[in-house]
Ligand binder design. Structure first.
Ligand SMILES: *Cc1c(COP(=O)(O)O)cnc(C)c1O
Length: 466
């Protein structure tokens, strides 16, 4: 399995390069040179596997011979033992819609599913190569928590997590900041998530800084995260799809990582007929699907904060795929984005994208309404992100006469993680799992810092592992 950068399709990399570097040195994102298409026989074989064995088969394809069979099996086993579902995910149903509960991991969001595996991959790789690294990541609330839980108390690495001060929910913050571990550093940046992401990207693009801290990243641009997220698309389809029907997945979307994993599943041959980009008021991708113009604007703060994003980093990977990995073209578009603040794709490209993607932007009013109506329907409490996903799926269903599809919505977070918001809507407090509610009463550790690259770099340099 060879990888290339979206901005240079000549040079190839192996899995370890993509994993440890995160972002390619030319500023592009790593993508497989070719996405393997699975045969019908393989699909049939995969359809009979339990979650962990399926995860093994899929991750094996992309990690090639990075890990021995025994190592990879162990990584997966250790990663999912903290989940309170034997098969990692659980399913539930609201009317015609299947919900995939992805939040049964230690920090109550879907990001645990990939991050736990990544934490164990780091441990395995670093101890084999006697290397030490420093992870730096930006979070809109959930990535940070998932990453911290995945690497806390591990040897050979430290983690620095930048979150936008006051822009994550109280529970989200506490899950990150109450972890008392010597290798964990939380930084509350006075700015938005996009500011945090920009700071991290600048650090990655500063070669001497990157080298001086042996920097690595676990943001959703890390290819390994995508790989691990592919698994639940396959698993859900195999478990619940009715014979010969194709599947539709509605995905609450911010950075375009989760839904891009669905796209890879589609390219690998999973019968998917639509991927629904469900966004909150930060609707740049919804607008893109209407006019082919990708134009970030100012972030709007919503009740689904993990999707308050205007720079959907992984989207570059999708565009690259539709331009057949033409890295000259992608570099040009990204330069335009830098200089003009937007880029536009060709008409036929947009048409092709719309063959498989559908989008919907759901405002706060409809997000709340959906939480209410689902609760009234069967007492199920949705978190605001999942509610955006379900409403978008409902709209798709109403506007497209395709009753012959399996309808899935990814439930990306546990409602208790956004308990304050849910309480305002339902006058009910969703219950946190006991373990977590105990932990988050502990002392918080974080440093408040201005949105200032030099100061944050300096702080990281001072506290890095070396
Ligand atoms: C991160 C996150 C999302 C968005 O996922 P992307 O991969 O960034 O598109 C949606 N919902 C929740 C709860 C999240 O934490």
């Amino acid at each position: 399995m060879k990888y290339i950068s979206t901005r240079d399709n000549k040079k190839t990399y192996n899995f370890i390069d993509t994993f440890l570097n995160g972002l390619a040195h030319d500023g592009g994102l790593y993508i497989p040179r070719v996405i393997p298409r699975l045969s019908n026989d393989t699909l049939k074989k995969f359809s009979k596997l339990n979650y962990s064995n399926l995860a093994y088969e899929i991750i094996k394809i992309y990690t090639d011979n990075t890990f021995s069979k025994k190592e990879l099996k162990k990584i997966i086993k250790n990663s999912y033992k903290k989940f309170d579902s034997k098969n990692v995910v659980k399913f539930s149903r609201v009317k015609k819609f299947n919900l995939i509960e992805l939040y049964h991991g230690p920090t109550l969001a879907f990001k645990d599913i990939a991050m736990q595996v990544i934490g164990n991959m780091y441990e395995t790789i670093l101890s084999k190569n006697r290397k030490k690294i420093n992870l730096v990541t930006a979070t809109s609330g959930d990535t940070g928590a998932a990453a911290i839980d995945a690497v806390k108390n591990k040897k050979n690495l430290r983690i620095f997590v930048l979150h936008p001060k006051g822009k994550v929910s109280v529970t989200q913050r506490k899950i990150m900041t109450t972890v008392n571990s010597k290798n964990v550093f939380n930084i509350a940046v006075k700015g938005s998530f996009d500011d945090c992401q920009r700071l991290v990207k600048s650090m990655f693009n500063d070669r001497s800084f990157r080298q001086s801290i042996n920097m690595s990243g676990v943001n959703s641009i890390n290819w390994a995260r995508i790989v691990v997220q592919i698994v639940y698309y396959f698993y859900s389809h195999f478990q619940l799809s009715k014979k010969n029907k194709k599947s539709v997945f509605s995905v609450p979307t911010g950075n375009f990582g989760d839904i891009y994993a669905g796209y890879i599943a589609y390219k690998m041959g999973l019968p998917i007929s639509k991927l629904i980009i469900a966004t909150n008021e930060n609707d740049l991708l919804h607008k893109f699907l209407m006019n082919g113009i990708y134009k970030p604007s100012k972030v709007r703060f919503s009740i689904s904060p993990s999707m308050d994003i205007q720079v959907a980093s992984n989207f570059e990977r999708l565009i690259s795929s539709y331009y057949n990995n033409n890295s000259k073209k992608i570099s040009k578009l990204m330069m335009e984005l830098n200089s003009k603040g937007f880029y536009k794709v060709d008409k036929n490209i947009l048409k092709n994208i719309k063959n498989i993607f559908y989008s919907n932007s759901i405002n706060a009013k409809n997000t709340k309404k959906t939480i209410k109506s689902v609760y009234e329907y069967n007492n199920k409490i949705l978190d605001p992100h999942s509610s955006v996903g379900l409403k978008a799926l409902e709209n798709y269903y109403l506007n497209n006469d395709k009753k012959s599809e399996n309808l899935f919505c990814l439930e990306t977070a546990h409602p208790a993680k956004f308990g304050e918001t849910v309480y305002k809507i339902l006058r009910k407090n969703p219950k946190l799992p006991i373990e977590i509610s105990k932990n988050i009463k502990k002392k918080e550790f974080y440093k408040v810092m201005p949105n200032n690259l030099a100061k944050i770099k300096n702080y990281i340099l001072t506290n890095r592992l070396h």
